[in-house]
Ligand binder design. Structure first.
Ligand code: SAH
Ligand code: SF4
Length: 360
């Protein structure tokens, strides 16, 4: 499977280039793109302003989408999880987190899609379902944009916020990530403003610098989960490669290049990283980097023994951050009942597993 064969993995310029090579005028690319992203057609035969011969030619060279919808499940809190099959038979999941009431009591129009960037994950964080069964492969740009197109098609809702917090480490798939973001962000494409696109990373310091160097104002979330090397190392193997100081240096560089604030994600795991000492240390780091903090009570993963701390501990941890002048929130979990919450998306290896998922 090559990327060039799927329209939704190409930028407008790339499609123009391709069509010129096929001996077609450039404006045909705009027409095709209008059909794909505005009219949302799924076959070339529907592109009625293209000559029949060209429609035939294109349908031999390209596919429009890369994903086949398999299944969806709705949570009690209206979060919905979608399962897609890729062309090589593997599976990925995406989660839509629809509008809810915001802190001011107003109804928000935000439709957030949590997208996957890889099949599985190679980073093996000890608390996360996505890394449990290892890594299979990177997603192609079309497999990333395809998640948005497919969910919009099924839900009839316009996604206006994208978070790369599904399966995989997005910064380990840097080239395809940035390529897909170009298409997600483009006016001619999915039209989502860069400030409404968040990339979450477990802390790949060199790629954090690379994100800082690229021009788009996309947001960065960093999964910290431990305020000292000793604690972080226990649960995140990547800390051996990029210890907290290296990570901080890359974030200082990021801050020197970008105006918006970094967000630290910090899962609260009972007895592991929820002490007052960790809270104070976290506050110090966040303050030096002007970072916001998103506390996430640990979501249970089948087969793992970690627990979330009691609510009193969670609130105490939050209050220490706030007392130290940090902008921090304690996230209300969503989608727990359908295993769609953060860290609950896991690699599906076998057909039987998938069947189990669908029936169970
Ligand atoms: N690989 C990237 C993005 C995907 S994970 C990263 O690690 O940032 C998205 C978020 O879910 C991360 O902050 C991750 O640490 C968090 N997460 C993983 N397992 C979790 C769990 N069981 N409960 C709560 N959050 C979890
Ligand atoms: Fe991979 Fe992120 Fe899960 Fe760690 S938390 S295993 S980096 S998906």
């Amino acid at each position: 499977m090559t990327r060039e064969k799927i329209i939704t993995g190409l930028t407008k310029e790339e499609l123009e280039h391709d069509l010129l090579e096929l001996g077609e005028p450039k404006y045909r690319a705009s027409q095709v793109i209008e059909w794909v992203y505005n009219q949302r057609v799924t076959s070339f035969s529907e592109m009625s302003n293209l000559p029949e011969e060209l429609r035939q030619k294109l349908s031999l060279i390209y596919r429009i989408t890369a994903l086949t919808p398999v299944h969806d499940s709705l949570s009690n809190d209206t979060t919905k999880k979608y399962l897609y099959q890729l062309q090589d038979g593997r599976y990925i999941e995406s989660v839509i987190i629809p509008a809810s009431t915001n802190v001011n009591g107003n109804r928000s129009t935000r439709q957030t899609l949590c997208v996957s960037s890889q099949v599985g994950c190679a980073y093996g964080c000890k608390f996360c379902a996505s890394g449990l069964d290892g890594f299979a492969r990177d997603l192609e740009p079309s497999e990333i944009t395809g998640q948005l197109l497919a969910v919009e098609e099924e839900s009839k809702k316009k996604i206006n916020n994208v978070v790369f917090m599904g399966m995989g480490e997005p910064l380990a798939n840097f080239k395809n990530l940035m390529h897909s973001i170009k298409i997600i962000n483009a006016e001619w494409g999915l039209g989502i403003g860069a400030r409404h696109i968040t990339v979450s990373t477990s802390g790949l310091a060199p790629e954090i610098r690379a994100i800082a160097d690229q021009p788009l104002q996309i947001r960065l979330a960093v999964s910290l989960h431990g305020a000292s090397d000793k604690v972080r190392e226990k649960i995140m193997p990547i800390n051996k490669k990029y210890p907290i100081n290296d990570l901080i240096e890359s974030l200082q560089y990021y801050n020197s290049k970008k105006k918006h604030k970094i967000t630290f994600e910090y899962i609260l795991i009972h007895g592991i990283n929820d002490s007052e000492e960790q809270a104070k240390s976290l506050a110090k780091t966040a303050s030096s980097l002007r970072a916001k903090i998103n506390l996430i009570p640990y979501n249970k993963v089948e087969g793992l023994h970690w627990e979330r701390p009691p609510e009193t501990t969670q609130k105490k941890f939050l209050s220490i951050l706030i007392k130290n002048g940090i902008q921090a929130t304690l996230r209300k979990e969503k989608g727990h009942d359908i295993e769609a919450a953060c860290g609950q998306l896991r690699l599906i290896k076998e057909k039987s597993e998938m069947a189990q998922k669908i029936t169970g």
